[in-house]
Design a binder for this molecule. Structure first.
Ligand code: XMP
Length: 327
C-alpha cells in the first residue's frame, strides 16, 4: 500500500540511476510541485542540482522570501534567483487584453529562464567542462493524463507553467512526480521536511497577479493587489478555512472606479473582488459560502488598510459559467 517513505526511497534510487554524476537544473515557481520535485532530486544527488527562481514581480507577498529562505533552509538546495521585475513591467506596459497578457508573460518567462540557464550552463562547463544535461519538471499524473487525453477544453485560456518550455530544449527530463496525485505530492513534501506554507499552498496560476488585475498592469496596481491579497489570505487562514476553500482569487478592477465616502471626504476608488471557490479539480467549481462575519472583517480591513480601494464585492458565480480566474 501507498507510503510516502517508500515512494521517496524508490524515486531517489531511480533519479541516481538516471543522472549518474551529471548536472541538473530545476525551475522553482513557489508552488508545491516544483518544490517537492526539487527536494526529491536534491535528496538523491545533492549539489549536482541547481535551482532557478524567476521573480517576475507578479508574485504574492512573501513568496520570494519563502523560496529563498524557508525552502533553502529546509533542503540545502543551491538556488539562483533571477530578478526580472523591470523586464516584465516593461513588456506588459499598457496591455489589458487577457490573452495578450498571458502570451507576454509566458514568453518573457521562458526567455528569462533560458537566459539564467545559459549562464549557469556556461558557469558549470567552466568548472569541469561537464554541461548541465538534465531538467527537473514537477509534472503530476493528472497533467500527464490531461496533455495526452486531449479532452477539448484546452483552449479556453492559454495556461502557462514553469514547465511550459520550448520543444527544442536540449535537456533530458527528470519527472519524479509523474505517477502521483496532488495529495500524495503534499505528503511527500511534508515527509521531506518542507515548510507547511509551501506544501499546503493552494493553486496559484503561473501568470500570477498579472491575470488578477482587470486592466493594464502597473507597479502601483500590483502593490495594491498584493496588499489586499495578503489580507484575504491571512483572514481565511485565521478562520481555519484553508482546507475548505480550493482557492480564493482576489481581483483588482483597475479600470472601474466608484464613489465612496471615508472620514469626511468623498473617495473615488477601485473595487476589489473576492472569488472564493470550492472545487475537486478546478474543472468545475462552486462559490464558497463564507461566513458573513468573516466577509465583513475582510471588507473592513481592505477598505481601511489598502489605499485606493473603497469597495469590496463578492463573486457568487459557479464554474461554469464563470471561470475561476477573471482572465
Ligand atoms: P480557470 O480560471 O480556467 O482556472 O477556471 C482553473 C485553475 O487553473 C488555474 N490557472 C492556471 N494555472 N497556469 C497555471 O498554472 C495558468 O496559466 C493558469 N490559469 C489558470 C486557476 O488558478 C485555477 O486553479
Amino acid at each position: 500500500d501507498w507510503n510516502s517513505g517508500n515512494v521517496i526511497a524508490e524515486q531517489v534510487a531511480r533519479i541516481r540511476a538516471q543522472v549518474g554524476t551529471g548536472k541538473v537544473i530545476c525551475g522553482l515557481s513557489g508552488g508545491v510541485d516544483s518544490a517537492v520535485a526539487a527536494a526529491l532530486v536534491h535528496k538523491a544527488i545533492g549539489d549536482q542540482l541547481v535551482c532557478v527562481f524567476v521573480d517576475h514581480g507578479l508574485l504574492r507577498q512573501d513568496e520570494r522570501r519563502q523560496v529563498e529562505e524557508d525552502f533553502v533552509v529546509a533542503t540545502g538546495v543551491r538556488l539562483v534567483t533571477v530578478d526580472v521585475r523591470e523586464q516584465f513591467l516593461t513588456a506588459l506596459e499598457g496591455v489589458s487584453d487577457p490573452e495578450t497578457k498571458r502570451k507576454i508573460i509566458g514568453r518573457e518567462f521562458i526567455r528569462s529562464f533560458e537566459q539564467a540557464q545559459a549562464e549557469l550552463i556556461k558557469e558549470a562547463a567552466a568548472i569541469d567542462g561537464d554541461p548541465i544535461r538534465f531538467l527537473v519538471q514537477g509534472t503530476l499524473y493528472p497533467d500527464v493524463v490531461e496533455s495526452g487525453g486531449g479532452s477539448g477544453t484546452a483552449n479556453i485560456k492559454s495556461h502557462h507553467n514553469v514547465g511550459g518550455l520550448p520543444d527544442d530544449l536540449q535537456f533530458e527530463l527528470i519527472e519524479p512526480l509523474r505517477t502521483l496525485f496532488k495529495d500524495e505530492v503534499r505528503a511527500i513534501g511534508a515527509e521531506l521536511g518542507l515548510p507547511a506554507e509551501i506544501v499546503q499552498r493552494q493553486p496559484f496560476p503561473g501568470p500570477g497577479l498579472g491575470i488578477r488585475i482587470v486592466g493594464s498592469i502597473t507597479q502601483d496596481r500590483l502593490d495594491l493587489l498584493r496588499h489586499a491579497d495578503a489580507i484575504v489570505r491571512a483572514e481565511l487562514t485565521a478562520a481555519g478555512l484553508d482546507r475548505e476553500i480550493w482557492q480564493c482569487p482576489v481581483v483588482l478592477l483597475a479600470d472601474v472606479r466608484s464613489v465612496g465616502v471615508q472620514g469626511d471626504g468623498r473617495t473615488y476608488g477601485h473595487p476589489i473582488v473576492l472569488r472564493p471557490v470550492s472545487s475537486e479539480d478546478a474543472m468545475t467549481a462552486d462559490w464558497t459560502r463564507l461566513p458573513y462575519d468573516l466577509l465583513a472583517k475582510i471588507s473592513n480591513r481592505i477598505t481601511n488598510e489598502v489605499d485606493g480601494v473603497n469597495r469590496v464585492v463578492l463573486d457568487v458565480t459557479s464554474k461554469p459559467p464563470g471561470t475561476i480566474e477573471w482572465e
